[in-house]
Every structure is written in structure tokens, then in C-alpha cells.
Ligand binder design. Structure first.
Ligand code: ZN
Length: 107
């Protein structure tokens, strides 16, 4: 279960690009602070935050709380929105036909 270090992470929908920017900033800050570690990303989070999306519209980032091990997954389609959820395990593209994101094609 979640711990005091990570239970401030909102498990919520990300309806707008502005919400996505806030979520990205939060995760970047918590990673830099050493609370979380990035365990999967289909595009470098700092580049996404800077607007360098490499023509991708779907982004998936996973973070693990270094204290309690809870894994957080943030999937966003920049055209339709996204959400932050707790994931059971670290994403392995090989389990999804080498897709970069769960349940979807690479692009
Ligand atoms: Zn935690």
C-alpha cells in the first residue's frame, strides 16, 4: 500500500494538457527529490515537460516509490486525456507485442 512519502500523488484523471503539465512537474520534482524513481518511460519525461514530444501523442511513465515500492503509472493521450493509476508491476513491452504503451500500438 501507499506510504506517507507517496500518498500525496493524486490517483486521478488528467483531462487537459494543463493538468498533464502539473502532473509531469510533480513527478519530476518527486523524482529529483529521491522519493520516486522512474522505472519505465516511452519518452524522456523532461523532454515531454519541455514540449519536445517527438511527434508522439501517447505517453506512458511509471514511477516506483523508493520507500514502499508502490508503482504509479501515468498514461496520457495528449489528444484525449489520461490518468494516474497504481500499477501492479513494471511495464514490460515484450508482454504487449513490443508496444511502447500498455494496450496500444507504439504511435
Ligand atoms: Zn510510498
Amino acid at each position: 500500500m501507499r506510504c506517507m512519502n507517496c500518498d500525496i500523488i493524486p490517483l486521478t484523471e488528467i483531462p487537459t494538457p494543463a493538468d498533464y503539465m502539473v502532473s509531469l512537474e510533480t513527478f519530476i520534482m518527486m523524482t529529483k527529490a529521491g522519493v520516486l524513481e522512474i522505472v519505465y518511460q516511452n519518452h524522456p519525461i523532461e523532454l515531454v515537460f519541455a514540449g519536445h514530444t517527438g511527434n508522439k501523442v501517447k505517453f506512458f511513465h511509471q514511477f516506483r516509490c523508493k520507500n514502499c515500492g508502490t508503482i504509479y503509472g501515468m498514461f496520457v493521450n495528449t489528444l484525449s486525456g489520461g490518468e494516474i493509476k497504481i500499477n501492479d508491476k513494471v511495464f514490460d513491452p515484450a508482454e504487449y507485442g513490443n508496444s511502447e504503451i500498455p494496450g496500444g500500438e507504439s504511435r
